[in-house]
Design a protein around this ligand. Structure first.
Ligand code: PXP
Length: 255
């Protein structure tokens, strides 16, 4: 299958940096500072990833500024920078020039991104910052819950893409999962009708992916925690390959 027409896989390698920071945060320049984030990116690229996703958080708990610049210079696929809607990270994004950014809500005390952006009630800075990024040649995605009102609001901002938050689906019981899947499918249909590229991510695993693939109009999935966790047991390359293989059974056309 050509990489142009397949459902794309963005691998989020934040947790490679989480492991490095757990030991080496105070001495990043040590020759022992590992695991190496760029080496991990190259490994996932070699095994079928279409893009590398990193979240530069305000608290810098995992990915550091230097990681983002190093990835920009040295990866051969696309760089997707997840970022909160803040001036500090916007300024860095404009210097790094990732291929695309995904704007996410960010709270300092959350363990991971907890919900989608509230685009409906966003202040004017969101639209302004989207335009600033686009003027710099960076495509913009908004991370939203699978709610029709949020999807329509996202389309009005001028962003090219949305990433549907699949966390509620992923963490639901099998029964709850069905109603969450319905919401994702409806959001994808509405988003496609609005002319948005539809991506999805959060909590995706090899177990829940086959069900998620019932969603039409998907262009890209962003997957992190499960791949990095699986890599402890089967290796990073194999963890990417098994996800890639499952994704290749996506039954809908991808443009
Ligand atoms: N997409 C977004 C916007 C995220 O914030 C995250 C988590 O960093 C992911 C995808 C990946 O989620 P997970 O690590 O659960 O696969």
């Amino acid at each position: 299958m050509s990489s142009e027409s397949r459902l794309k896989l963005g691998v989020n390698i934040d947790h490679v940096a989480t492991l490095r920071q757990a030991r080496y945060a105070p001495m990043l320049r040590s020759p022992n500072a590992e695991p190496n984030v760029l080496a991990a990116a190259n490994e996932v690229e070699a095994n079928g990833a279409d893009s590398i996703t990193v979240h530069l958080r305000l608290d810098r708990r995992h990915i550091q500024d230097c990681d983002v610049f190093e990835l920009r210079e040295n990866i051969r696929t696309a760089l997707n920078l997840e970022m909160g809607n803040t001036q500090e990270i916007l300024d860095i994004a404009l210097k790094v020039k990732p291929d695309f950014v995904c704007i996410v809500p960010e709270n300092r005390r959350e363990v991971t991104t907890e919900g989608g952006l509230n685009v409906r009630n966003a202040d004017t800075s969101l639209k302004r910052n989207i335009e600033t990024l686009q003027d710099c040649g960076i495509k913009v995605s908004l991370f939203v819950d699978p709610e029709v009102a949020q999807v329509r609001a996202a389309a009005k901002t001028g962003a090219e893409m949305i990433e549907l938050h699949t966390g509620a689906f992923a963490n639901a019981s099998p029964d709850g999962g069905k109603s969450e899947l319905k919401k994702i499918i409806e959001a994808a249909e509405v988003g496609n009708g609005e002319g948005l590229q539809i991506n999805a991510g959060h909590g995706i695993t090899v177990s829940n992916l086959p069900t998620l693939l019932q969603t039409p109009y998907l262009a890209e999935l962003n997957i992190g925690h499960h791949i990095v966790s699986r890599s402890l047991f089967i290796g990073l390359g194999q963890a990417v390959r098994e996800m890639r293989t499952l994704m290749d059974s996506y039954p809908y056309p991808v443009s």
